[in-house]
Design a protein around this ligand. Structure first.
Ligand SMILES: *Cc1c(COP(=O)(O)O)cnc(C)c1O
Length: 388
């Protein structure tokens, strides 16, 4: 097995310690290129930095995408260190502090306000600094799109201003130059039909809200939500119908009604999730009442999602492989080194026989991996992250 063209055991020597995360830059480049090929050319593509904020990876993406979406001052710093101009960085997320708002206004970053109160605070921040803040309103949509257990949007939320309250906010802020709207309906969707329906309804909602805006809408962020397969039951998303639908929505709904808007989508996991690998080493192989356990030197403290404890309702195994030459295929359970039965990486999986010292690789580790995991739990050392 190779990562970025390098045999995994050699890569482990190069890194010098296990466990580690490796991100393959060629896979990221190819993913963005494949997506761009099916998206309308005048649609801007943004990367949601929280999916993977590793600075080298964010630098690499700065040459591939048009915009970054950040969710904290820390992510904003990483984004501002790249060649993406501040005007193409948007800052979303509830609970922005006054200090974060000041930093964003001073930097010239677009702030997507999540509440009426936050809108007032950023106006006050701009007055205090003598700088015109760049503001968009994040909208909590008044529709929900359902499909096969998936629901996008609707209901009460801490994210965004409820759609029905946006006209009143526009009225209150009629002296303020509101640039536009951000409507993000959901995440990890693997159904193109559901995403297309959400995009159509999002565009319709934006047009409706624009009627009460005091100034023309110059920025429209349609969100994202593109999913990736995590288990053998998941079908990968086909981006072609989504690209065709976006072209249609642009031509029929957005361009005629919102002619001055630059239109964005923003994706996190779809751009980077499949480019990442979490590489661990077997430290123990044991049998217990008929079951073979491989105990590896990593676990849920680095890759919580693979253990099934990051929002999954039903635990399914992430794809795993033996990174070193293995023996005949056998049924094993791969666990991490934490003192909790929750630290499970592969439950009853078929793998080539691996022994102590062999490498076990967890796929789909490029998004919501290390930074979405409880790294201090059990006080193990931090893993290396490398971009290849
Ligand atoms: C997290 C987030 C995203 C990215 O979601 P993915 O599922 O990783 O694509 C996009 N936009 C906003 C506002 C987010 O908070």
């Amino acid at each position: 097995m190779r990562i970025g063209g390098i045999p995994v055991d050699r890569l482990a020597e190069r890194v010098g310690s296990t466990p580690f995360f490796a991100y393959d830059r060629a896979l990221v480049t190819a993913r963005v290129a494949a997506l761009r090929a099916v998206l309308p050319p005048d649609l801007r593509l943004g990367y949601a930095v929280k999916a993977n904020p590793m600075p080298a990876l964010v630098q690499h993406l700065s040459g591939l995408v048009d915009a970054f979406d950040v969710a904290s001052a820390g992510e904003m710093r990483t984004a501002l260190d790249t060649t993406i101009p501040a005007e193409h960085i948007s800052f979303a997320g509830p609970g922005k502090t006054d200090a974060e708002l000041s930093q964003a206004v001073a930097a010239g970053v677009l702030v997507e306000v999540e509440s009426e109160n936050e809108a007032r605070r950023i106006v006050a921040t701009g007055e205090r600094l003598g700088i015109t803040p760049r503001i968009a309103v994040r909208v909590n949509p008044d529709f929900s799109v359902k499909g096969s257990g998936m629901r996008m949007g609707g209901g009460p939320q801490q994210f965004g201003v409820d759609a029905e309250r946006v006209p009143a906010l526009f009225k209150e802020l009629s002296d303020v130059d509101i640039l536009g709207l951000h409507i993000f309906a959901g995440s990890q969707c693997l159904r193109a039909d559901v995403l297309c329906e959400a995009q159509r309804q999002t565009a319709d909602l934006a047009v409706r809200l624009a009627e009460s805006a005091p100034v023309p809408i110059r920025y429209l962020n349609l969100g994202g939500g593109f999913g990736i397969p995590y288990s053998d039951r998941d079908e990968p998303l086909d981006p072609r119908p989504i690209g065709a639908n976006l072209a249609d929505v642009l031509a029929r709904t957005i361009r005629p009604n919102l002619p001055s808007a630059t239109v964005h989508i923003e994706l996190g996991r779809y751009l980077v999730g499949e480019s990442g690998f979490y590489v661990t080493r077997v430290v123990d192989r044991k049998e217990s009442r008929g079951k073979v356990f491989l105990v590896v030197d990593g676990g849920m403290h680095h890759q919580l999602a693979a253990s099934g404890n990051l929002g999954q309702v039903i635990r399914r195994n992430y794809p795993l492989a033996v990174g070193t030459p293995g023996g005949p295929v056998e049924r094993v359970t791969v666990v991490g080194s934490l003192c909790t039965p929750l630290d499970l990486l592969g439950d009853d999986v078929l793998l080539p026989r691996a022994d102590v010292g062999d490498l076990i690789v967890v796929y789909q580790a490029g998004a919501y991996g290390l930074t979405a995991s409880p790294t201090n739990f059990l006080s193990h050392p931090a893993p290396v992250e490398t971009l290849i």
